[in-house]
Design a protein around this ligand. Structure first.
Ligand code: NAD
Ligand code: ZN
Ligand code: ZN
Length: 339
């Protein structure tokens, strides 16, 4: 079967490997249908993801169809459509005991620390697979994992009905956060420097959009919130400057959510944090967000609405990566098909 592997930095190949087989009773064999290309796959490709070891079969945004189940599998059967929950964890460390296995001390992310889903077949334990409605197009179900990132950020920020939420960045992650914040009944301002991305944010429910190259974000936030500041600020740009702006733009008693993996220091003063008693919280991957996202997908409340812009076959994967890289203005989410 075909598998897409990053052998070393800048060396991406589609090669023939053995089809995996069921080993444990709780294993499920899945025929992969669609896999999303994520910013972090690009980082692995460039050798700039410090967490990934190479060679690696990439891909963590995965949907497919069950082909075979192990003897102890309870909730899945051949033919079921599924999405992959890309984390495995120890279950005993502090984070796991606190119900936060996404930051387990020995976390293993599918497609990062271990081989992922950009291959024709995969085997995973049942608990890492969630059944989705077989009525849904694969182009919808492949977005489940990015939506869980949005759901997590909204949960970490404790976004509630009627809250004012500033989302910095209208890339795919910003849009997924926007969709989840709107489903919570929040009022949302989205910033970006790309006008097309702002138009797309507006189409996806943003109440206010701000082009950071033309307007002063802080002033717009103050005006929008009657000088209170935003109740929640979620940074989906992840630069030191946007982190700093988050702390300045948030209201007293508000929440700032950080998603970046940037190691650069932001140089933020303690005063606004203490004075406003701001909660600053990290958001990584997701905890228990798949069931809710699957429910929203199944009942049609969560649709990609143009977020998936490009489709490439597994044989065109090099072209896909090149295209994503060279046309950030055109690509929102590109996906690989395994039909
Ligand atoms: N914590 C997690 O679990 C997690 C998961 C996925 C992605 N991420 C991170 O989220 C971030 C966003 O991911 P993405 O795929 O949407 O990236 P992206 O690069 O596609 O989107 C970023 C957007 O920010 C805009 N932008 C740049 N500078 C800006 C500024 N100063 N103000 C406002 N907008 C600005 C860009 O025009 C772009 O549209 C990345 O840093 C990524 O590493 C975190
Ligand atoms: Zn991703
Ligand atoms: Zn653990």
């Amino acid at each position: 079967m075909k598998a897409v592997q990053v052998r070393k930095a800048h060396d991406l190949v589609t090669e023939e490997i053995e089809k995996p087989v069921i080993v444990n009773d709780n294993d499920v064999l899945v025929k992969v249908k669609r896999v999303g290309i994520c910013g972090s796959d690009m980082h692995i490709y460039h050798g700039t993801n410090p967490l990934a070891t190479l060679p690696r079969v990439i891909g963590h945004e995965v949907t497919g169809q069950v082909e075979e189940v192990g003897a102890a599998v309870k909730h899945l059967q051949p033919g079921d459509h599924v999405v992959v929950e890309p984390i495995s964890y120890c279950g005993t460390c502090y984070a796991c005991r606190k119900g936060r296995p996404n930051v387990c001390l020995s976390l293993s992310v599918f497609g990062v620390h271990e081989d992922g889903g950009m291959r024709e077949y995969l085997v995973l334990p049942e608990k890492q697979l969630h059944a989705v409605s077989a009525e849904l197009p694969w182009e919808e179900t492949v977005m489940a994992e990015p939506y869980t990132i949005g759901a997590q950020a909204v949960w970490r920020g404790q976004v509630g009905e009627g809250d004012t939420v500033l989302i910095q960045g209208a890339g795919p992650i910003g849009i997924c956060i926007l969709k989840m914040a709107k489903l919570k009944g929040a009022s949302v301002m989205v910033t970006d420097l790309n006008e097309e991305r702002l138009v797309f944010a507006k189409e996806n429910g943003a109440d206010v959009t701000v082009n950071v190259q033309q307007e002063d974000v802080l002033a717009r936030v103050q005006e929008w919130t009657d000088n209170e500041g935003a109740n929640v600020v979620i940074d989906a740009v992840c630069l030191p400057s946007t982190f700093k702006l988050s702390v300045d733009a948030v209201c007293p008693a508000g929440n700032v959510v950080v998603l970046g993996f940037d190691e650069k220091e932001a140089g933020i003063s303690q005063l606004p944090i203490t004075k406003k008693e701001v909660t600053i919280t990290g958001s990584r991957l997701q905890t228990n967000q798949f069931p809710r996202v699957v429910e929203l997908l199944n009942n049609g409340k969560l649709t990609h609405d143009g977020l998936v812009t490009h489709t490439f076959s597994v044989n065109e994967v090099q072209d896909a990566f090149r295209f994503v890289e060279e046309h950030p203005d055109q690509v929102r989410k590109a996906i690989i098909t395994f039909d």
